[in-house]
Design a protein around this ligand. Structure first.
Ligand SMILES: *[C@@H]1O[C@H](CO)[C@@H](O)[C@H](O)[C@H]1NC(C)=O
Ligand SMILES: *[C@@H]1O[C@H](CO)[C@@H](O)[C@H](O)[C@H]1NC(C)=O
Ligand SMILES: *[C@@H]1O[C@H](CO)[C@@H](O)[C@H](O)[C@H]1NC(C)=O
Ligand SMILES: *[C@@H]1O[C@H](CO)[C@@H](O)[C@H](O)[C@H]1NC(C)=O
Ligand SMILES: *[C@@H]1O[C@H](CO)[C@@H](O)[C@H](O)[C@H]1NC(C)=O
Length: 224
């Protein structure tokens, strides 16, 4: 029954409005991935490979993937692996953030350019592989703030410049970091929490001492 002093027509309008709000803020994973695909371009077979991304099937049926380049668990997308597809264009991180189960992204070996996407907008990523693309520019010092689940990040063989972002040094779960083959400058920052097991900063423009916490790592991690 409608509350006493609210006219029935307005009461119904309010209910319809709130239903509409619930509806519009709840896209399906299919719609979200199609939003993500829309601004991508491919100079090779990417267009053909991503043709499985269409509304004829949902992306996931249980643990089974109906669409190429994704990983599913319990009907939810947990991984995106679009490698060697000649991809470029815009990486829509806002769309990716609407995939609540997304934990791993690999866009290795493509032609993405421009600055690093705002990865820390995406929920609880554990692994990120962006190696062998054409990303460039400085990375904000705080670019990785809030990425408390991040375990592995690979940015090697791009054209990043400037300092190694200090927010990488305080990530509590980071075990693997590859920044090799870029144009990072300045000193290698010290990593606060010593669980990092793999670091490669070779072939950059870094200078200064290697922080003591890395004394037992292979010299080839720092060469060049
Ligand atoms: C849509 O995707 C399915 C696989 O999920 C594929 O078999 C079909 O050819 C695709 N349709 C188009 C129009 O590309
Ligand atoms: C998937 O479902 C199984 C069985 O219900 C459960 O044990 C598992 O934790 C679920 N995984 C996720 C990521 O929710
Ligand atoms: C990225 O690539 C596009 C298309 O090739 C080009 O128009 C744009 O200028 C490039 N941006 C950067 C920052 O290199
Ligand atoms: C360096 O030493 C720490 C413990 O002091 C160990 O956990 C880590 O695995 C070692 N790293 C390498 C590359 O041997
Ligand atoms: C670091 O990367 C360079 C290539 O950039 C490679 O030659 C070297 O073997 C790597 N070191 C380790 C420890 O992986």
């Amino acid at each position: 029954m409608a509350p006493n002093n609210l006219p029935l027509g307005r009461f119904i309008a309010l209910i319809l409005l709130s239903l509409q709000i619930v509806h519009t803020s709840c896209k399906s994973e299919s719609e979200v991935l199609l939003d993500f695909k829309q601004p991508l371009e491919s100079n090779s077979n990417g267009g053909i490979l991503l043709s499985s991304w269409n509304s004829s099937t949902p992306p996931c049926s249980g643990n089974k993937e109906n669409w190429d380049g994704i990983f599913c668990e319990n009907g939810t997308v947990w991984g995106l692996k679009l490698e060697n597809m000649g991809l470029s264009g815009v990486i829509d991180v806002e769309a990716l953030n609407e995939l609540p189960g997304l934990r791993t992204i690999s866009l290795m070996n493509n032609n993405f350019n421009g600055t690093l996407p705002s990865l820390n907008k995406i929920g609880e990523l554990k692994t990120v592989y962006l190696s062998n693309n054409k990303f460039s520019g400085n990375i904000e010092a705080n670019a990785f703030d809030g990425m408390g689940s991040l375990k592995k990040i690979h940015l090697e063989n791009n054209q990043f410049t400037g300092s190694i972002p200090v927010s990488l040094t305080t990530l509590p779960k980071l075990v693997e970091l590859n920044l090799g083959g870029n144009q990072f400058e300045g000193e290698i920052p010290d990593f606060k929490l010593g669980i990092l097991r793999f670091l490669n900063v070779s072939n950059n423009r870094l200078q200064g001492p290697i922080p003591a916490s890395f004394n037992n790592m292979s010299a080839s991690s720092f060469s060049g």
